[in-house]
Design a binder for this molecule. Structure first.
Ligand SMILES: [Zn+2]
Length: 392
């Protein structure tokens, strides 16, 4: 049986212990100590990492009464010294308490239950079992930070089951036979939890919601606390500063500047389309002068948009024809193909002809009976000759 030193002193970073068992499996060593500071993980919190006698601890897990440390090489001594990766552990304790405070506020303010909590790297997520609005989420975030500033101590209690049932935000698993460990923050939260946490709300630091999404009829909320929250705020600010510099404004002006740019881009697109149409219209009219039901035209070094506009003009001006249009990029030798007709015209199915042409061009593409597009490379004239035979 391993003595759980991590519950006795949450801030201890090093310890001495005795090896009571060591087993090798697949090149890894599974070491059981008589006592340990390494938290084995649980309740959504990952396990601690660090070193035992200069051998790196890869994973820690609970096996009944024992705690097993997984190492990649053998421990030589019977008496060993363990050292936690303290920065990692402290951040996990901050993140975990931050989650308790936030979940406690959701419960206190709106009676909301959180189903699942998970800490993965810098990311903490919790699932709320009802579809809460963002006003509720940010109200709880604000209340959680108020609780941080009050610097309320965290108490660990082992009360009777009656008390647990009376006060707890959620109940422990039914089959639990051990005394129920309650993490209590006066006025904020009272919940069963096996995890390790910082010992006052102040140490959780900033609690910040970073995003939320719909999840199984409820919401999955992502939040960060302490150092992880600080890192996130810093990275967001770094991005904001780049935008400020590009847009030549303070952060308050970024949104307005972006909206203005979007309007400008939209207007330019319309102007550009009108100009393109103006220059392509005579080409379309000229192509439609022939009596042929098949309009065939190859452009050079045009854009895809230009081909698409020419296609639209031809098939709008004459509903009876089908068009085989191509653009050849003389630099790369690449070909953009567009075959089709007016969508009201049921006399044509351009797919077999398009398929033949794109095959000859070793290309890829597809579409519907009245519109196909694709890319290839090769002799465009022989591809169109073969396609035209099929279309006739
Ligand atoms: Zn917890």
């Amino acid at each position: 049986m391993t003595e759980k030193l991590f519950y006795e002193d949450l801030y201890a970073r090093e310890f001495d212990a005795e090896v009571i068992n060591q087993a090798e499996h697949d090149g890894k060593f599974f070491v059981t100590l008589d006592k340990t500071l390494f938290y084995p993980g649980g309740g959504g919190q990952p396990c601690d990492l660090g070193f035992i006698d200069d051998v790196e601890v890869l994973e820690v897990m609970e096996d009944g009464e024992n705690i097993i440390h997984v190492l990649n090489s053998e421990i030589k001594n019977k008496n060993v010294h363990g050292v936690l990766n303290w920065d990692r552990r402290f951040e996990l304790m901050q993140q975990h308490l931050g989650e308790h405070i936030f979940a406690g506020m959701l419960y206190n303010l709106h009676g909301l239950h959180t189903a699942r909590m998970r800490i993965e790297g810098d990311n903490v997520s919790i699932d709320v079992d009802s579809d809460v609005g963002e006003d509720v989420i940010f109200e709880a975030e604000s209340a959680a930070n108020e609780a941080v500033w009050k610097n309320i101590p965290v108490e660990i209690l082992y009360p009777s089951m009656d008390e647990v049932k009376k006060f707890a935000r959620k109940l422990p698993p039914e089959k639990s036979t051990q005394p129920i460990r309650i993490v209590k923050i006066e006025g904020v939260d009272y919940v069963p939890c096996c995890g390790v946490h910082v010992n006052s709300t102040g140490q959780a630091g900033l609690i910040k919601i970073t995003s939320f999404e719909n999840h199984k009829g409820g919401k999955r909320i992502y939040l960060k606390s302490g150092k992880a929250a600080y890192r996130w705020v810093k990275s967001v600010y770094d991005e904001v500063r780049k935008a400020e510099s590009e847009l030549v404004c303070g952060y308050e002006g970024i949104n307005e500047k972006i909206l203005n740019l979007k309007t400008q881009i939209h207007n330019l697109k319309i102007t550009n389309e009108n100009n393109t149409e103006r220059f392509l219209k005579p080409i379309a009219e000229n192509l439609l002068k022939s009596d042929s039901k098949i309009i065939r035209h190859v452009m050079k070094n045009s854009t895809q948009d230009e081909i698409k506009i020419l296609f639209r003009l031809i098939t709008e001006m004459n509903h009876e024809v089908s068009a085989m249009l191509a653009n050849v990029d003389e630099n790369s030798g690449g070909v953009f193909l567009m075959f089709g007709c007016n969508r009201e015209n049921k006399n044509f199915d351009v797919r077999p002809a398009f398929k033949k042409a794109i095959e000859i061009l070793n290309g890829k593409g597809g579409g519907s009976s009245f519109s196909c597009q694709g890319f290839g490379k090769g002799d465009i004239n022989s591809a169109l000759d073969e396609a035209e035979k099929i279309l006739r």
